[in-house]
Design a protein around this ligand. Structure first.
Ligand SMILES: NC(=O)c1ccc[n+]([C@@H]2O[C@H](COP(=O)([O-])OP(=O)(O)OC[C@H]3O[C@@H](n4cnc5c(N)ncnc54)[C@H](OP(=O)(O)O)[C@@H]3O)[C@@H](O)[C@H]2O)c1
Length: 190
């Protein structure tokens, strides 16, 4: 069993976007029920990983241990602005080295974006939690993964060996739900 369990989280519009054309997550994609689901999941996680622009900005954020991808460092370094954060450039250090620097060697890692960061872990997710807001459309927006909208997020997850589980309704009035996409065979390092 790998020591680190890798889980991904995103909410997307009907057209598979995680942000609008300005690469900003609009309020239209923020739902109390999904935010509560996301926040509870991050509270249970041992480590959060995200690109510099995907900070989740929640009340519990200061308590969370995190790794932030950035090219402003050459490998790994402490974040001078946040004692619980490690800055990581994958060009200079492996994911395992970044986790080690952050003090996490086992438990659950939550990958929370943006698109390039999601893509880096595509073959490693144990579960990817895909929340969907089918009444929101963001034409010309930023796809949740590289390759969207030419392919749907679901096609991309399936092409990396993940299978859709049972839909969980989060907000019936807005038709917002989340589907866990699970891997049946665990990742083994090459
Ligand atoms: N709907 C959702 O659930 C959801 C989820 C996540 C994000 N979002 C939104 O989507 C947007 C994503 O923003 P974004 O496209 O700018 O993505 P991002 O990954 O959050 O930030 C990009 C920055 O992260 C760093 N980075 C990313 N990949 C890297 C790599 N391989 N190596 C080194 N550094 C790397 C770089 O920082 P430096 O410039 O410092 O080098 C890069 O400029 C935001 O508006 C966010 O709020 C929405």
């Amino acid at each position: 069993m790998p020591a680190l369990r890798i889980e991904g989280y995103v909410i997307v519009s009907a057209d598979g976007m995680l942000a609008d054309a300005r690469h900003i997550m609009p309020d239209a994609l923020k739902f109390e029920s999904d935010q509560a689901f996301f926040s509870a999941a991050l509270d249970r996680s041992d480590l959060i990983v995200h690109g510099r622009n995907s900070f989740e900005d929640q009340p519990n954020s200061p308590r969370r241990v995190r790794v932030i991808l950035t090219r402003t460092v050459s490998a790994v370094a402490p974040d001078p602005k946040n004692p619980k954060a490690t800055l990581w450039n994958p060009h200079g250090a492996s994911f395992e080295q970044a986790c080690h620097f952050a003090g996490v060697s086992l438990g659950t890692v939550a990958i929370i974006g943006g698109p390039g960061v999601f893509a880096m872990f595509m073959d490693r997710y144990d579960t990817f939690w895909l929340s969907q807001a089918p009444r929101v459309r963001l034409p010309g927006g930023q796809g949740c993964f590289p390759g969207v909208p030419d392919r749907t997020p679901q096609q991309i997850l399936a092409s990396h060996g993940l299978k859709a589980g049972e839909r969980v309704m989060l907000d019936a009035a807005e038709d917002v739900s989340v589907i866990p996409w699970r891997r049946e065979t665990a990742y083994t390092s090459p």
